[in-house]
Unconditional design. Structure first.
Length: 331
């Protein structure tokens, strides 16, 4: 039997190169070898305020981009989180089994709090417990994510193990799977921070649907250093190291030394032009498919079929958990 893999992306805003390299690329590669479950985490979206019309556009774009990047609905289970009610219900159960101390240690929430953002929601705070439910419902063996989500997967494991000890083996405990290259793609304007949707004026973030000229400009003006050597040295040359990672991961994990050798004795201008060619080549390929898909009914049929297949798995897990806890009376 194939091992199962599960992951999701939260489409607050548009998907970017970081989420592609750190996550989506793994989903696509994995669907050959594993049974891939890839969902769109729309419940997670509303942990921060959303404009309804914009959210709906982002959801549709996200499904189209999953498909455009190569996820195949015949091989993978692709669905919207809200189409499978079991997520919210197991999420609540997980929340009741997670300690405040554990949630207080989550760096993503702490970072947001430290920025002094006003009116953070309760949902944002308990978000990792919903994420634990997302995972455990499908009994995956692996959860492919970027570096920033590792702590959340570890929390999921801790709570699952604790519940298994208390109620019997109700959960299969998965492992996070972090890619060797590209687990943390950095901002182009500030390579000491990760590339993210909330990146200031967005000059540091390349969106998968960016105009190609814009994407090229962003790379050409990426922050580098004054050393003038194309060398993978994240500590002293974080900008160049980031561009090397981007290039390597978009060229089938091309070895860093190979890239260093190609640009020996050449300037950063030449190197950036080559990175821009590779990135724009990839974006062009994705966008071409995106425009074929976005207005087709492939989105609806994919989500309908995906939700049916997902529900069939999730309902069995939820039932088992509720029974073990002693919450159910009727069959
Ligand atoms: P999200 O939507 O913030 O990010 C989606 C995936 O992309 C990865 N990622 C990156 N990888 C490398 N470099 C970056 N700059 C970068 N930015 C984002 C993330 O690590 C993630 O893998 N909580 C999750 C969504 C989620 C989920 C789940 C994931 C909800 N339930 C269950 C796995 C399993 C999130 O907000 O990811």
């Amino acid at each position: 039997m194939k091992h199962r893999m599960l992951s999701g992306i939260k489409p607050t805003g548009q998907l970017h190169l970081g989420s592609y390299i750190g996550a989506l690329r793994q989903f696509v590669q994995s669907q050959e070898e594993y049974e891939m479950v890839a969902f769109i985490a729309n419940l997670h979206c509303i942990t921060v305020p959303q404009e309804p019309a914009e959210l709906q556009k982002n959801l549709r774009d996200c499904v189209a981009l999953y498909l455009a990047c190569g996820l195949d609905p015949k091989k993978s289970i692709i669905f919207l989180q809200t189409d499978v009610m079991e997520h919210a219900q197991l999420g609540y159960i997980m929340c009741c089994h997670t300690y405040l101390g554990e949630l207080n240690r989550m760096t993503q929430f702490k970072d947001k709090q430290a920025k002094g953002e006003a009116n953070l929601s309760g949902g944002l705070y308990t978000y990792p417990t919903l994420m634990a439910a997302d995972i455990l419902l499908y009994e995956p063996d692996y959860v492919p994510v970027g570096e920033d989500q590792k702590q959340h997967v570890e929390l999921c494991r801790d709570v699952a193990i604790r519940m298994n000890n208390r109620y019997g083996e109700i959960f299969h405990v998965p492992e996070p799977m972090i890619p060797e290259v590209g687990a943390r793609i950095m901002s182009l304007t500030d390579p000491t921070h990760k590339m993210s949707k909330s990146d200031g004026l967005n000059r540091g973030c390349i969106y998968l649907l960016d105009d190609l000229k814009d994407a090229r400009k962003k790379i050409m003006s990426a922050k580098t250093d004054s050393l003038g050597i194309v060398k993978y040295d994240p500590e002293n040359q974080p900008g160049i190291a980031n561009l090397i990672q981007i290039m390597s991961s978009l060229q089938d994990d091309r070895p860093f030394e190979d890239i260093e050798k190609e640009f020996e004795g050449k300037g950063y201008g030449d190197f950036k032009r080559a990175v821009a060619d590779v990135v724009c080549g990839k974006l062009e390929e994705i966008q071409k498919r995106y425009y074929e898909i976005i207005d087709s009914d492939l989105i609806e049929t994919t989500l309908k079929d995906g939700a049916d297949r997902a529900r069939a798995i999730a309902s069995v897990t939820l039932d088992r958990v509720q029974r073990a806890i002693g919450m159910e009376i009727i069959d």
